[in-house]
Design a protein. Sequence first.
Length: 112
Amino acid sequence: MIAATVKRGTSSLLWSWEFDGEPLPEEGDIEIVLDFRNRPALLLRATKVEIVPFEKVSSEFAAVEGEGDLSLEFWRAEHWQFFSRECQRIGRQAVASIPLVCETFDLMVDLG
């Protein structure tokens, strides 16, 4: 969906980054996305990275993430399930204010 320009954002659990000891993405970062054969498929550039409580994610960001019917309602239902499982993995409790890393990006190159 990224290559088709539908998906221009992603969200992840801040606590997971901290738990895993990984550095947070930053504006300007370039990411190589691999295909199912583990070969480079896309180059993305982060255009905005912000920490947002789950309950404060906007309908605009939900649409940018490009999933389902692009609505905030769909985004919340699907992501609540995902982030709840991720909280269990790291020994935290999912609450409405869980901090998310919300990243928007541009497609630089489609290598496919």
